[in-house]
Design a protein around this ligand. Structure first.
Ligand SMILES: Cc1cc2nc3c(=O)[nH]c(=O)nc-3n(C[C@H](O)[C@H](O)[C@H](O)COP(=O)(O)OP(=O)(O)OC[C@H]3O[C@@H](n4cnc5c(N)ncnc54)[C@H](O)[C@@H]3O)c2cc1C
Length: 349
């Protein structure tokens, strides 16, 4: 039986960043990182994403952007009633599998990284016994960074994300407007949207399953779930959940990369500092967990096109303070959604 200090389940953005951070903060700790996928299957899984990351994310992580496919300078929103809003945006479309590989190279020799799948977890006093496809691991801490259908969460917590959104994603052999990420809203997307992002010289498009027909010129077709409505309260003690395992994705923007990586950074700090409840305090106090996002999603997911138009009409010229104030003063659902929009500018992606 292997014994390690920390077992990290899932080597996606949250798990890999966690391993990187913790090995930097406390090189004495023995950290084991496992992922059920390897090589092409790992890359394929991690390509199922818009791969859009804000400039803020890299700044907060004190790392430069890596493996950039396209720079993002503009976001365009297309709403019913021919309302088109264009705002400046600062971010990147990254090559996510290549980005992850660069993190894995960085932690080589510091973290024990192997391909295996977690099957079950069991507590034995302060110790946790993990059964994986490559054997039994005894550890004092487990990090659940294993995505929407987290096995760690299933075994050690009764909480579930409040909603799982099935989405389809495609790479199509058509260019997109350089630097522009585009979102189309409407009642057909039931609280979601369709997107079109540049992806090198091609485009990355997607939408909630069943809401649109497949696009033309498809090079790759994928499907995955987005978990929203976070686990609350986050478990503390010797098991921490990160990123999608804790359903931290923003319910309005579906942005989950930045918060996944930041959750990793904060969990690593809490473990290195010897007080895992610090992690829960970070989550409760940070803008990403603001309850307005979930309230706005709940309030607006049933809106029809006319209701969307009447709400968005005031933003025809852009998201100005006057429009936001008017929506706030209207009260009710308008207030809820306007509040979430205001938080989204900082915490959406
Ligand atoms: C189609 C789509 C488009 C998206 N676009 C964007 C976007 O443009 N921008 C943005 O910010 N967010 C986007 N998101 C959200 C973002 O992808 C996620 O929030 C983010 O990937 C969460 O990272 P994670 O590391 O927590 O989980 P994941 O990326 O899901 O990684 C989990 C890892 O755990 C591994 N694993 C699972 N189970 C086990 C097990 N039992 N044992 C061992 N390993 C296991 C998996 O193989 C995987 O490598 C999108 C999501 C989808 C589905």
């Amino acid at each position: 039986m292997r014994s390690v200090d920390v077992l990290v389940v899932g080597a996606g953005l949250s798990g890999s960043m966690f391993a990187r951070e913790l090995s930097g903060l406390n090189p004495e700790l023995e950290v084991m990182l496992i992922d059920r996928l390897a090589d092409n299957r790992f890359d394929r899984y991690h390509r199922i994403c818009g791969e859009a990351v804000s400039d803020r994310a890299f700044k907060e992580l004190s790392m430069g952007p890596r493996h950039v496919r396209n720079r993002i300078v503009k976001a365009r929103e297309i709403w019913p009633g021919d309302i088109i809003i264009e705002e400046r945006a600062k971010g990147f479309v990254i090559d996510r599998p290549a980005f992850l590989r660069s993190i894995h190279e960085e932690i080589e020799g510091k973290v024990d990284f192997e391909q295996s799948s977690l099957r079950s977890l069991q507590r034995e006093g302060e110790t946790i016994i993990a059964q994986t496809t490559s054997g039994t691991v005894r550890c004092s801490k487990v990090i659940g960074a294993d995505g929407a259908f987290s096995t760690v969460r299933k075994h050690l917590s009764s909480d579930r994300p409040r909603h799982m959104i099935p989405v389809k994603q495609f790479i199509i052999d058509e260019p997109s407007e350089e630097g522009t990420i585009e979102f189309t809203y409407g009642q057909r997307y039931a609280g979601g949207y369709s997107w079109r992002f540049p992806c090198g010289g091609m485009s990355n498009v997607g939408f909630p399953r069943g809401c649109d027909d497949n696009p033309r010129n498809v090079v790759e077709e994928n499907a995955r779930f987005i978990p929203i409505g976070n686990i609350d309260p986050l478990p503390v003690g010797n098991v921490l959940l990160l990123g999608d395992a804790a359903a931290m994705v923003n319910p309005l923007s579906f942005g989950g990369i930045r918060v996944a990586m930041l959750s990793a950074q904060n969990a690593a700090r809490a473990i290195a500092g010897g007080d895992t409840s610090e992690y829960q305090r970070w989550w409760k106090g940070c803008g990403f967990s603001n309850v307005s996002f979930w309230n706005a999603y709940q309030a607006s997911k049933g809106w029809d096109d006319d209701r969307m138009t009447s709400f968005m009409e005031r933003f025809r010229g852009g998201y100005g303070l006057i429009g936001l104030t008017k929506a706030m003063l209207n009260g009710g659902e308008d207030r809820m959604v306007a509040q979430a929009f205001m938080h989204s500018f900082r915490y959406g992606w």
